[in-house]
Design a protein around this ligand. Sequence first.
Ligand code: ADP
Length: 638
Amino acid sequence: MGIDGFAFWQWHQASQNFSIHGELCKLAGYDFDEVQCLTQVNQVRGLFHPDDLERSVAIIRHHAHHNTPIHLSFRLQRKTGGYMWVTTMANSLRDDSGIITDIVGVAFDASALHRTQEALRTAELRLQRIMNACNDGIWEWDVINDRMECSDRVMQHLGFNSYDEIALGAKNALQGWTRRIHAEDYPGFRKAVRKTYEEQSTFDVAYRVADRDGIYRWVRTRAVGGYDELGQLMVISGTNIDITEIKLAQDRMERARDDAESANLSKSKFLSGMSQELRTPMNAILGYAQLFEFDTNLTSQQRTNVREIRKAGEHLIQLIDDVLDLSKIESGNVNLTLEPVNIPDIARDCVALSQPQSSALGISFNTEIDESEDLIALCDRVRLKQVLLNLFSNGIKYNRTAGWVNVKIFVLDEDQVCISVEDNGYGISEAKQAELFQPFNRLGAEKTAIEGSGVGLVITKSLVEMMGGTISVYSQQDIGSCFEIHLPRCESFADDVSLSIDSIIDENKTFSLDLQSPKKILFIEDSAANARLMSKLFHHINNLALEVADEPLLGVYKARTEKPDVLLLDLAENESDTLEVIKILNSDSDTKSIPKLAFVNGASRAQEQKLAELGIVSLLSKPINIGQLMNALQRVLK
Ligand code: ADP
């Protein structure tokens, strides 16, 4: 009786006889008779792979001397050629004086086991090769036994080699690594590990670690925990990258940016101070020049001279204003009031204002307005006027005798209003177009008698972009130019926008936003007067309900319990309290996604960015501008 794949063998020492029972040899292709004939140990030996023989003999010899159990794997020759892996385990029988009389054992087919071991070895080698090839350090911390396994690269990042005693010491426990972390960065690292413990979160931290010479290097560690069925953390596995070079480059960049920003700030301060200083004497010069012009005692030549002084002075004032404006824009100190503006109204005003200049130069001015659709855009009406006056003035100035300027206003792609200002003047060559929008670059016009400062278009472009629009140019030398502005178009309810709060209230008029269903707004505002004003306003809007919280904590409570569709906050009053409220609401998954709008007293670009990061979707100006508020609400609620 045999068990498949097993054999029981006995080797009698005195006779050197060998006997085998079992089916193992069948697997190697031998039949019963052939196995029965294997009676001498030398015959059995002949079936071993020559390379395994010496090792096998050594193991048996060791057993004889030290009585260690025999556990041996070797290759057994198959009858048909080739070998199969066999594992045998054996022990010996000894007489009373301890001399071995027999060795008996069991052997079994180990081919499958061997194949698995081979596959494991190949996988291990592959992993090792990959780990060596990549620059990341790979590690795993056995939380239960506080054992750290890591690839050589982990320690190489700190300048150790894998045989380094210190490195090996540090490899054994997490403490070996953490005691090298910079004191300032350690709390952040600990917090990340603790979160992985408590919240099963992955972590990603950058921190400094002392290298072999005690010099700090930046390392970024990303890791994930492995948990048992009860959610208990068992291991943390992760990778380390050396980000020292990236950090240094970042520091250099930040320093350069700070330097540039502070240089820019000093430049702006200098310019605005300088402009103010220049304005005072210029006012005196212009004032006296005008007085002189009234003096009837002057000869006509003298009057002409005085007029020249006045004109030059006016030009200088314009130049000062432009420079001041530019420096304000560059330093982010321009606050726009964005509101729905009826573009044709503004354009007509500007055409009227440009008329004296165009008549004086004999330029005809045409306007084509496509009134079939609402031409309302979200922009700052004063700044838009400045933009249009500059484009109109350029069209007139850089034009030929009896030339024309054509202004067209129309809707583009449904959501934009386009204003194009075309002329048939000198045009701008392709090479010069590349230099357009550079401050003080007049593209050669400085050699002509045409007055200008070379900053108008720079200001124009910045203002248009600040209003969320774009400007483009199409021009051909000696044929003409076309400047085109695109501004974001507003919803049609903007007709109501020109109404003041009082007029709405007086006329007892109500209106609705274009919404699928009625919505609820929560206004967190501790000024009772502002809250009253808003309540009055919302009383006139049919599909918006306003809830007021007159105290920040009450606001947080109401936001959680009443689930408003929009939160309205006032940063213009108690900014720090309101920011705190926003942070609390953002940390709560229930209130985090409620869109937030905030009133501000003008914000710099940096502030705007900070507020956007806090999830404020729209900044609203103060004093309140109803049109702007309704537009913002319409946008977030639609
Ligand atoms: P400036 O005060 O010189 O008019 P701008 O910034 O408004 O400054 O324009 C910069 C330059 O671009 C002008 O000096 C002129 O050379 C050129 N330019 C602007 N608009 C036109 C136009 N419509 N046709 C031809 N050239 C123009």
